[in-house]
Design a binder for this molecule. Structure first.
Ligand code: GAL
Length: 347
């Protein structure tokens, strides 16, 4: 009897500890301070999250600690030193280990694209099954955002180091906010705001993902969309974008297409709840897959920018609800999707 009592006491203690541990992770508040496994704040903005062999890799802009305004620019051109690209890894989406600055800034050559005085934004990484390389594309710009280029880097491992190759104006066009999408057939696409941000180009990458193939389409002409986040579900392509208002929030929009090259059909604002017309004070950056227990579903990640102190910009993860031909992104105070995430590795 005594033994049984002791067993029960230990059991309830265990349950208590587990509940507390779970509660800590689940207490991540949207737009709160999110920390890595060392207790440091995660510094990886404009992120891309890649799932590779059961591990999630979170890549993002490493913001410098001081925010200042680029002189002589009419709009609110706030910036920090470009600190390269950070990477964090996680098996469960709860515990994020800092893997280091996987693309280091070039602090020596002041003419380099990745010198701290430049802009390195929205890095996205995809794995090339044929070359077995990890390819990173990113927005490269000067402090005034007038260069409008795309940079590419390559690495042998998801945690780098990545070697910077070059920048270009893809298809001889401007390229600012961007993402990369890898399709089921192994083809990858570079999606970038172009033509003064009035249009979004979708450009198929070469087989090694290191350059453009020459085949591209112009989409959303005259609609001024940026911050593209794209995913595929049941053979259809979905995209969430923001409007163009710098670091200030605006209304999101979603679109759907049967072919990634288009035509894309714009639907409406998918956000629901308080401040849905301001995307909950966030801006889209990427979508990643999770397993909700029975099926594959998706989480969309947003940046909540703090233009006066950019390193203090926060993150939000919200579920995407797809129902037939409709998409909804409901507001949730907390990141409450954890229970659904851990098993994706098994897929
Ligand atoms: C936003 C863009 C951000 C950053 C910012 C600069 O529109 O989405 O990634 O470039 O402008 O003001």
């Amino acid at each position: 009897m005594e033994i049984k009592k002791e067993f029960d006491r230990l059991l309830s203690l265990c349950i208590c500890v587990l509940t507390v541990a779970g509660a800590c992770a689940a207490d991540w508040v949207q737009g709160g301070v999110w920390t890595d496994t060392d207790g440091n704040r995660i510094n990886a903005h404009g992120a891309g999250i890649m799932l590779h062999e059961g591990i999630y890799y979170w890549y993002g802009e490493r913001k410098g600690k001081d925010t200042y305004r680029s002189p002589g620019v009419g709009w609110e051109c706030y910036r920090t030193e470009a600190g390269g690209v950070s990477c964090y890894s996680s098996r469960d989406l709860k515990n994020w280990k800092f893997e280091g600055v996987v693309l280091q800034p070039d602090t020596i050559d002041s003419a380099s694209d990745i010198h701290p005085t430049m802009v390195i934004e929205r890095p996205k990484v995809v794995y090339n099954d044929k070359t077995r390389k990890f390819v990173m594309w990113m927005h490269i710009d000067n402090p005034y955002y007038s260069a409008a280029r795309a940079g590419v880097a390559v690495g042998d491992s998801p945690t780098g180091p990545f070697t910077y190759i070059r920048s270009e104006r893809p298809n001889n066009s401007e390229s600012r906010d961007m993402t990369v999408f890898k399709d089921d057939d192994g083809k990858a696409y570079h999606i970038y705001s172009s033509e003064g941000n009035s249009t979004l180009h979708i450009s198929r990458l070469s087989d090694d993902y290191l350059s453009q193939s020459g085949s591209f389409s112009r989409n959303f002409s005259g609609r001024f969309r940026e911050a593209p986040a794209i995913f595929k579900h049941d053979g259809k392509y979905y995209m969430v974008t923001s409007g163009c208002s710098g670091w200030s929030p605006n209304e999101a929009e979603w679109a759907v297409a049967a072919s990634i090259m288009g035509p894309w059909k714009t639907i409406d604002n998918p956000c629901r709840g308080k401040d849905a017309d301001k995307t909950f004070y966030g801006q889209s950056t990427c979508v990643f897959p999770v397993n909700d227990g029975s099926r594959r579903s998706f989480i969309i990640m947003f940046d909540r920018w703090n233009k006066n102190d950019l390193i203090d910009s926060r993150y939000m993860w919200l579920p995407i609800e797809l129902n037939g031909d409709s998409m909804i992104i409901p507001w949730r105070e907390k990141v409450d999707v954890y229970n659904s995430m851990a098993d994706i590795a098994a897929e």
